[in-house]
Design a protein around this ligand. Structure first.
Ligand code: NAP
Ligand code: 8YV
Length: 318
């Protein structure tokens, strides 16, 4: 039997590439020279497309793949996948929810502890000899995380996993989302401004995309205030980055822990100067175990579709 032809947008874990190549006839777009010319000549040959949450798929790309039947995306974020364009064509879309909840939640906790307890700042202090310099000022006091007030923006799969971890830290937890979540112990706060005013740590873990663009704006940051920290493990677009930089530079908020940015991999230079900000290169799901689980789901989605007509984790319809 002929293997289904699959287009791979970019490089994947070697183990996933090997599994895909054994089951399908795979082609790596990034290695085909001029992608536009390649797609004009060969786009009609592909039935499957493997992409990632970071790369996504546009309506224009779909138009270049006229026989496409299935897309499998490495990641849970759907903000760069044109689901509506896929739906119009009846193309199945799969993604990797749940398998990354633990690691993204762990990283949110790590960022909260880091900015609250000034861990990265203290590490820099030790490395530059601040501890051993005679007569130097001692390292400044930090803020407590255990027992503090945590506001979670978006109590979905990952948001709930963060709340469970924070429960172990005896944090007082409330959350904001458009709809209250049934069956959870934490209080829903319909107003994001009120949540920000109440909490010490505001952790952002909503979906990205147009619906949440700049949800955290000047007004929310001012409500958080000079004793409040913001953590973003969702998407850079959810926070108005220019407003965040202003609030940090002007010390209108206490600090920030950021895994995601509006224009990745570019991070506003003004943040490099600030000691109360922790900057990470979008690594929340980046452990060997979780990336392998994501890779397995990318494969299972594609194999499930082509063998049984069913993906393991179909993306929700737009
Ligand atoms: P999820 O289960 O779909 O949860 C998304 C949450 O966002 C829901 O609680 C939803 O509640 C809320 N939400 C959506 N629109 C909102 C709005 N306008 N205002 C307030 N809340 C809103 O998704 P998940 O699996 O937890 O993942 C969340 C996001 O994390 C992903 O979409 C992805 O972008 C990001 N992520 C980042 C990394 C990383 O590496 N940093 C890794 C994985 C995921 P309502 O619908 O009730 O509002
Ligand atoms: C991925 C993510 O590492 O799942 C997501 O939505 O943001 C991360 O887990 C990344 O997007 C892979 O491209």
């Amino acid at each position: 039997m002929n293997k289904h032809r699959i287009l791979q947008a970019g490089r994947l874990l070697p183990s996933l590439e090997a599994k895909l190549a054994a089951e399908f006839d795979t082609v790596l777009l990034a290695e085909q020279g001029d992608p536009a010319a390649f797609l004009a000549a060969h786009g009609g040959e592909f039935e499957g497309f493997v992409t990632s949450a970071g790369v996504g798929v546009t309506a224009d790309m779909l138009a270049r793949l006229p026989r496409l039947r299935a897309i499998s995306s490495f990641g849970v974020g759907l903000d760069k996948l044109d689901l509506a364009a896929a739906q119009v064509r009846g193309i199945a879309v799969g993604y990797t929810p749940d398998v990354l909840n633990d690691c993204v939640a762990d990283l949110a906790m790590a960022l909260m502890l880091d900015v609250g307890r000034r861990i990265s700042e203290a590490d820099r202090f030790v490395r530059r000899g601040g501890w051993t310099t005679p007569g130097a000022k001692s390292f400044p006091l930090a803020r407590k995380v255990s027992g503090a007030k945590l506001g979670i923006v978006g109590l979905g799969r990952i948001g709930q996993t963060i709340a469970k971890r924070a429960t172990g830290f005896e944090m007082d937890i409330r959350y904001h989302s458009r709809r209250p979540v049934a069956g959870v112990a934490w209080a829903h706060e319909p107003s994001l401004i009120e949540l920000a005013r109440w909490c010490d740590y505001l952790v952002v873990i909503t979906a990205g995309g147009a619906g949440t663009r700049h949800l955290v704006n000047d007004a929310v940051l001012d409500a958080l205030g000079p004793r409040g920290f913001v953590i973003n493990v969702a998407r850079g677009s959810v926070i108005d980055e220019a407003a965040l930089v202003r609030a940090l530079v002007d010390k209108r908020i206490a600090g920030a822990g950021l895994d995601v940015f509006e224009n990745e991999p570019n991070v506003p230079r003004a943040l490099f100067e600030l000691d109360n900000v922790v900057l990470l290169p979008h690594i929340a799901s980046g452990t060997e175990e979780t990336r392998q689980a994501m890779a397995d789901r990318v494969f299972d989605n594609l194999q499930g579709f082509f063998r049984d007509g069913r993906m393991v984790s179909p993306a929700p319809l737009p």
